[in-house]
Design a protein. Structure first.
Lengths: 298, 326, 431
């Protein structure tokens, strides 16, 4: 039994779950300069949609592979429904305002979505077990691991690579980079910044929903599940650098491994790890690992 | 607004002062006790919100003011449990000191941050305190919280059934004190400095003024207010628990700050009172969707009344001036 | 240049603030005159979680309240007075709940309040109940310190608390695994988790001092991601794992643990489970709903339990979780106390104080069997545990537990006047 390997694998599992969500959060911040507190609710929406579709369309029993398709479908569905609506109706008007306004707007949206989810789906728990139980377990380093979380790892890698390719190898990506660097000049150059904003937020929402949908098989989809993911996602984004996808990945792995180490050696510290790490990074390197240093403008 | 003849404003001010005092003193006599309780809590929380507003005027968003709120509350709890302190004045003073000391320590670190980083760091620190309060279970009672009861006023225990009134008058008197201090602060160079900081920090440095020091003092004052509000709130509710330091509590303070408005020191008090009543009635009339109602109200304020409820007075006085001219 | 203070602005603003606050306060409806002797209706506020994580747990409680109120009213009410329920959401901060309690009493004019699952809420409300002289019954609150640390006249608790369920858990585990060598805990890091683990651990160590504690894991309240914790437990392989985790967190733990074989190697003990969770568990897991399972007082033999389960099933289509029976204990306790007070008073309607006097040191029957309320207002009941069997009862549909053991009340409840930890420490050590 190799404790180091166990800690590494546990860290990877946690990081995979968190990365999908935090990648979306950091991407939204990078392009729109808004810290989206409603990200947690969109995560919950993805989970609810996945579980609901799973039960509604296949009566809770489905052939294995199809359940994955359902999860994959729920995410873009939520992203496309929620993303443009939120961005166009609410966020569009507050880009030019203070940062606090953006934070509060997404906080208000979070409150609304939380109750909205409850009104639509009620308070009973939803389940979508098949994707998880289908894959069984696998022995690693002397103990048994569920295989499913490694699917999340796979998705995290795909998402990370996909985002990198999107930003660095496509025309859209170049436009996004331009908007991130300087919004005004981008408008002057003829880039349709409004459309970029909408698409960027939709991508972020899609990622949050994807994170939620693929988390659903491991947990019970219940009211209040969105709150659980907000603070870790924030912490990881702050640690990695606002706007940096690679930073988010690094932050996730760091937090995942440190948490796992704490569980194995100092269980009392486990809850503190993420906040202390966030604190330490903000104190010694406020822009995060890969964040850009913010220049003060005259 | 021009000052009138020498005698008139003086008399007018005294008359207004007496009227204000009468109204507030009368409230417990004519209204149900739970209403008095609600106003007491609202005024106590308003002090914390004022602390948030003072920082907001400098462009600093504190998403961790729950830390000072909790510090004040736990100061009262610890003093009662471990030091057997029962005197109200002493307890309130301890709460304020706790907030001041915490702010003095953390301000040294936080004064270098702005904008979103200030918000995140203040959130991280408050969540660390939350976790510690939770974990040091034998000291703090963990999530059960600490019970806070039976205080005395200058050695005298309030008669049964009058505790609410006593606390109400105490909070009311302290609110006046806070407003006075807040007014002096806002009208002082320090207050103007915060506005300048928000507008353009670099120009302040060009002029040769120090930035770190005034921010630090503002922050400490803000923390003192937070501790004071926290202690008073804990005394009113009769309990303090770690949720006071949780990020959603801090979020509520920022919510009320925007709701009331950040333009005036009176705005937090107005915002807090209206907010508490709206919240209570939301729960009563839409029990399944009260959070959604609050969120919707916040959005309405952000979009249609971005300077908060208090800015209504400017709109109203403009209308009044226009009517007078016509 | 001295900055002008502009005091006239200050006063103007202060005046405006005062007027607005006064207007807001005026908008609140006023106190009506107090009701006369025998009320037309007995207005009872039921404060339980209708939203958030506690909602699925409290759902059975809320349902039972409605069910029993209907039945009592159909039978003519309590001494002819019908019940009117006001169902309120317990979700919210403690300060909000205290405010709401005051509003329920002084604005809604309720005659009694039943509820408060969250320990923090029930501890905060107890002194306020005394201040406002309103009978308040906690149906589900688990905190064992409620009556140990304070004496409250108007507060009652009609169900047992963390002590009985964890002491009985320890006793059960020692019966099921008499040679046990190691224990570990995986609990939410909050008061109930800390208290429960402490009581369980102390009981085991007192009765079998050679047992080793190989893990004390704490997770965030309602946490759903147990990868690292399960890995740790699989590495140390304790004989017994204790967990009070409930709600969404428990469901996640069951799912993730089942796939990884957590339940194969260790005897896992869950104190706070719902029936749906029992059904999800593999065989051989020690299960209880806070020391109760509706299989007891076998509904086939006990007409009271059978009537309750049948009525619940007819109205709601499923079986009630333990919170349902706990709420029944509260409502039936209130009914019994009022009826007893009426009898003592010779048929006249009793005051709140008289109801309280009748409630103290009394016993009454409930679907789970008899409940006794002590002089300190704490209920004393037995406590039971069983192992999941994978079977479902063919008539009622609840998950069947095997090897059920019922521990008598006196064995698992702290005696009146003693502190729990002192009581456990005072037991003679066995070997």
């Amino acid at each position: 039994m190799d404790t180091a390997t166990i800690i590494a694998v546990d860290g990877l599992v946690y990081a995979s779950w968190l990365f999908i969500v935090s990648a979306g959060l950091t991407f939204i911040f990078g392009v729109l300069r808004i810290l989206n507190i409603a990200h947690g609710s969109i995560y919950a929406l993805g989970a609810y949609m996945g579980a609901y579709l799973g039960n509604a369309f296949l009566g809770g029993r489905y052939p294995g592979a199809l359940s994955y398709v359902i999860l994959l479908v729920s995410a873009p569905l939520v992203g496309v429904l929620v993303g443009p609506v939120l961005e166009r109706i609410f966020l569009r008007h507050i880009y030019d305002k203070d940062e606090v306004v953006g934070l509060l707007t997404t906080f208000a949206l979070f409150l609304i979505l939380e109750d909205g989810i409850k009104l639509v789906w009620g308070i009973d728990p939803y389940f979508i077990d098949t994707p998880f139980s289908l894959l069984g377990n696998i022995p690693i380093a002397g103990i048994s691991y569920a295989v499913y979380p490694f699917v999340q790892t796979g998705i995290a890698i795909v998402i990370g690579t996909g985002l990198w390719l999107l930003i660095n190898r496509t025309r859209f990506g170049r436009q996004v980079t331009s908007v991130i660097a300087d919004r005004e000049i981008s408008v002057a150059m003829g880039i349709n910044v409004a459309r970029i904003n909408t698409v960027a937020f939709t991508i972020g929402a899609f990622l949050a929903a994807l994170g939620g949908a693929f988390a659903a098989p491991m947990i019970s989809v219940e009211p209040g599940m969105g709150i659980e993911v907000i603070v870790p996602a924030f912490a990881v984004v702050a640690i990695g650098g606002l706007g940096s996808i690679g930073g988010a990945a690094l932050g996730c792995i760091l937090v995942g491994v440190l948490r796992a180490a704490a569980v194995h050696f100092f269980p009392e510290l486990e809850m503190l790890v993420i906040y202390v790490l966030m604190f330490v990074v903000l104190v010694f390197r406020p822009q995060g690992f890969f964040g850009a240093v913010r220049l003060r403008r005259i | 607004m021009m000052a009138g003849g020498a005698g008139t404003p003086r008399l007018g001010i005294v008359a207004i002062g007496v009227l204000i005092l009468l109204i507030f003193v009368a409230i417990p006599l004519f209204f149900s006790q739970w209403v008095v309780f609600l106003v007491t809590i609202a005024l106590a929380k308003a002090m914390v919100v004022l602390g948030v507003v003072l920082l907001l005027r400098g462009g600093l968003i504190s998403f961790g003011h729950g830390l000072y709120f909790a510090a004040g509350g736990y100061a009262v709890g610890f003093a009662m449990r471990f030091l057997q302190v029962q005197d109200l004045v002493l307890l309130v003073a301890l709460a304020m000191i706790a907030g001041t000391v915490m702010a003095a320590l953390l301000g040294l670190l936080l004064r270098r941050y702005r904008g979103i980083f200030f918000a995140m760091l203040s959130l991280a620190v408050s969540m660390i305190l939350y976790t510690l309060l939770l974990k040091f279970y034998s000291l703090t009672g963990g999530t059960d919280g600490m019970s806070i009861h039976a205080f005395t006023v200058f050695g005298v225990r309030p008669a049964a059934g009058t505790t609410r009134q006593v606390l109400y008058y105490a909070v009311f008197a302290l609110s006046l004190g806070v407003l006075y201090l807040g007014h002096r602060f806002a009208a002082s160079p320090l207050g103007y400095f915060m506005k300048a900081l928000r507008d353009n920090e670099i120009r302040i440095e060009y002029v040769g003024a120090s930035i770190a020091q005034p921010i630090y003092f503002s922050y400490v004052f803000s923390g003192a207010l937070g501790g004071l509000g926290g202690g008073l709130s804990a005394l009113s509710v009769g309990q303090i628990s770690p949720e006071a330091a949780y990020w959603t509590t801090s979020g509520d303070f920022v919510f009320v700050a925007i709701f009331g408005g950040a333009q005036s020191i009176f705005a937090p008090f107005l915002g807090s009172v209206v907010f508490e009543f709206v919240k209570n009635y939301s729960v009563k009339f839409s029990p399944d969707a009260w959070q959604m109602t609050l969120g919707a109200v916040l959005l309405l304020i952000i979009f249609f009344l971005p300077d908060g409820l208090w800015s209504f007075k400017d709109a109203a006085s403009r209308l009044w001036a226009r009517w007078r001219r016509s | 240049m001295k900055t002008e203070m502009r005091w006239h602005r200050f006063y103007g603003a202060l005046a405006l603030l005062t007027l607005v606050v006064f207007a807001v306060v005026l908008s609140v409806p006023r106190d009506a005159a107090m009701a006369a002797a025998k009320p037309e209706r007995l207005k009872i506020a039921i404060v339980q979680f209708l939203s958030g994580a506690g909602a699925p747990h409290d759902a059975s409680a809320v349902n039972t309240a409605k069910l029993l109120a209907e039945k009592i009213n159909a039978d003519g009410g309590i001494d002819g007075v019908k019940l009117k329920l006001l169902i309120v959401d317990e979700a919210g901060s403690t300060a909000d709940k205290v405010t709401e309690f005051r509003r329920l009493v002084q604005d809604e004019k309720v005659d009694a309040v039943i509820g408060y699952t969250s320990s923090s809420h029930c501890l905060a409300v107890a002194p306020v109940a005394d201040e406002l002289k309103t009978l308040t019954i906690s149906a589900i609150c688990a905190n064992y310190r409620l009556f140990e640390q304070g004496k409250y006249k108007y507060m009652f608790r009609t169900s047992a608390h963390a002590v009985s369920e964890n002491v009985s858990a320890a006793l059960y585990v020692l019966q099921m695994k008499p040679d046990l060598k190691t224990i570990a805990g995986l609990n939410y890091d909050y008061a109930y988790g800390r208290d429960s683990w402490e009581i369980f651990k102390r009981t085991i160590l007192k009765l079998k001092p050679d047992v080793k504690v190989v893990g004390e894991l704490w997770v965030k309240f309602l946490a759903g991601n147990y990868s690292a914790e399960i890995s740790k437990l699989l590495s140390v392989k304790p004989d017994v794992i204790h967990s009070v985790n409930w709600g969404a967190g428990l469901t996640a733990l069951i799912k993730q643990g089942k796939t990884r074989g957590l339940f194969d190697k260790s005897l896992v003990v869950f104190t706070t489970g719902l029936l749906s969770q029992a059904k999800a568990l593999p065989k051989g897991v020690a299960f209880s709903g806070r020391g109760y399972h509706l299989q007891f007082s076998d509904p086939r033999k006990n007409p009271g339990n059978r009537a309750f389960l049948e009525a619940y099933k007819a109205k709601f289509g499923k079986m009630p979780d333990y919170t349902g029976t706990y709420m029944a204990q509260a409502i039936l306790g209130l009914k019994a106390a009022v009826e007893r007070a009426v009898r003592i008073k010779g048929g006249a309607w009793p005051t709140t104080e008289e109801i309280i006097a009748a409630f103290e040191s009394s016993g009454y029957d409930t679907p789970r069997g008899p409940v006794f309320i002590r002089a300190d207002h704490q209920a004393i009941t037995d406590s039971m545990w069983g192992l999941t069997s994978g079977k479902i009862d063919p008539v009622f549909g609840y998950p069947v537990l095997e090897k059920m053991r019922v521990f008598p009340a006196v064995q698992v409840n702290t005696p009146l006047g003693m502190k729990t930890l002192d009581w456990i420490d005072s037991w003679p050590s066995r070997k």
